[in-house]
Design a protein around this ligand. Structure first.
Ligand code: HEM
Length: 460
């Protein structure tokens, strides 16, 4: 296969097409303006222009794959060729180079095999009582009339769940609020590393310095967790215990640095995404009492205690559809990237080696070609009536070998947290607060969402 250097990034071979320029380009600044001011609107405007469009950013071409089938082809059949790459993953590698999320394709299979047992149905069942307990603990602490900073509350719950399921033997020895702060700051600075171009960061070196401090602080915290776990009198039973045991055959094991990388991975990939989805779900319930009533009716019919992914989800069709629709309308990972090591053909396009290729679950989920009335929140579109959904165009958890390893864990966690919350409370929009979601960060979240807690009226 011909290798084309990034400097030749605009040359295309015969037999392949050059993607058209995305709409809204400015002669001097390319697509920087729309990407900075209203990226979600910009992404929507690219739908159905062409299967792939080209964006101009800082003089470079960045490709956006808009067609759902081409995205699948890239992620499922050509995942080895289109490796993890692009600014987010490059910045991620400077935090945790061996992390399952950012590791390159050639080491991925081995890493995934080592991590998989931590997400087995047995491990998830074991985590469910922690999930229910955390939901119970949080909702018990709320008072009627209280206004919740929803992202902060949801983040606290999901961090506690990951901390207690990852390392139950040392949870008491770890300051989870401190960890939450470290990870939050890291994610914020990681987003700045991605958004602020290198030349600007050279002018403002404090950005890179603060990022380096956050990386060092996060790695120190991960090492402390590992050490506390080793020093503990009881052998680690949680996900970390599973990871420390290796592949169970006495063969491959994760090294010390790899274990630290995976601890960081689970705290970053496994907490904010779930918290954001829970927050969006709480928002929808607060403005749609019709959906809230249906969710209450279904969750109220369950016996008290943890909701089991294995035994109960079949009895919760509306709840499952509600969560699917939340993830369709509000996928936290709104923009993801890949980069081929060698020039590679996808559809009728040839992508040069080293090029930046983006795809957006948000854009695909809101394309009218795949979903009828895509801007309407309609959980019933998932109840099997064709043709309102297109499962091939549903990628909140990605797809293929690099698809989310924690998808079942996340759904089980959201159901358990929602179930605990809705047993006690209704949520209503709090006066004077507005959601700021136009300009997403690393994740697309309902920033600024505040909800008021109301005691539930007795069902007639
Ligand atoms: C609603 C919650 C979640 C969402 C929306 C979500 C979304 C995603 C997406 C879109 C990817 C693929 C990224 C890509 O292809 O570039 C991914 C990968 C990943 N997620 Fe999640 N995730 C969630 C929860 C979790 C949880 C709870 C965990 C762990 C506790 C987790 C751990 C991971 C890991 C380790 C990967 C990398 C998998 C690999 O490359 O093999 N995620 N997630």
């Amino acid at each position: 296969m011909t290798v084309i250097s990034p400097s030749q990034s605009d040359s295309f071979h015969s037999g392949t097409r050059k993607p058209p320029l995305a709409p809204g380009s400015h002669v001097l600044t390319g697509h920087l303006g729309p990407l900075l001011w209203d990226p979600l609107k910009f992404l929507r405007s690219c739908s159905n222009v062409a299967p792939v469009v080209r964006m101009k950013v800082a003089g470079r071409s960045i490709y956006l794959v808009c067609d759902a089938d081409l995205v699948r082809e890239m992620l499922v059949n050509k995942d080895g060729a289109f490796d993890k790459g692009g600014p987010v993953y490059e910045a991620g590698r400077s935090v945790a180079p061996n992390s399952l999320v950012v590791c390159p394709a050639h080491v991925h299979r081995e890493q995934r095999t080592l991590m998989q047992p931590a997400f087995s149905p047995r491990s998830i069942s074991a985590a469910e009582s922690v999930m229910a307990d955390e939901g119970e603990h949080a909702s018990q602490s709320w008072q009627a009339g209280q206004v919740l900073d929803v992202l902060a509350e949801a983040g606290r719950m999901t961090h506690q769940v990951v901390a207690r399921t990852l390392m139950p033997s040392v949870t008491d020895a770890i300051d989870v609020d401190y960890l939450l702060g470290v990870v939050k700051e890291l994610t914020r600075l990681l987003a700045l590393q991605v958004v602020v171009p290198k030349p600007v960061r050279r002018i403002v070196p404090s950005l890179d310095r603060r990022f380096a401090v956050a990386v060092a602080g996060t790695r120190r915290a991960a090492h402390q967790i590992l050490q506390a776990s080793r020093d503990s009198d009881t052998p680690e039973q949680g996900l970390l215990g599973v990871l420390m045991q290796g592949d169970g055959t006495g063969g491959a094991r994760l090294t010390e640095e790899e274990l630290c990388d995976q601890i960081i991975t689970l705290f970053t990939a496994g907490t904010e995404t779930t918290a954001i989805t829970l927050a969006w779900a709480m928002y929808v319930l607060s403005v749609r009492p019709d959906l809230e009533r249906r969710l209450h009716a279904e969750l109220d019919s369950l016996p008290p205690g943890p909701v089991s992914f294995k035994n109960h989800l079949g009895d919760l069709p509306f709840t499952c559809n509600f969560i699917s629709e939340t993830l369709r309308c509000y996928p936290s990972n709104w923009l993801l990237s890949r980069s081929p090591d060698e020039s590679t053909v996808l559809g009728s396009y040839l992508f040069p080696a080293g090029s930046s290729i983006m795809f957006s679950p948000y854009q695909i989920h809101r394309n009218p070609q795949y979903y009828s009335d895509p801007l309407t929140f309609d959980p019933d579109r998932w109840d099997g009536r064709p043709p309102t959904v297109s499962r091939r165009a549903y990628i909140p958890f990605g797809v293929g070998a690099r698809g989310c390893i924690g998808d079942r864990f996340a759904v089980s966690e959201i159901v358990n947290l929602l179930s605990s919350i809705t047993r006690r409370w209704s949520l209503r929009p709090a006066h004077g607060f507005r959601i700021r979601s136009k300009r997403p960060n690393l994740f697309a979240a309902p920033y600024g969402l505040h909800l008021q807690v109301e005691g539930r009226r007795q069902q007639p």
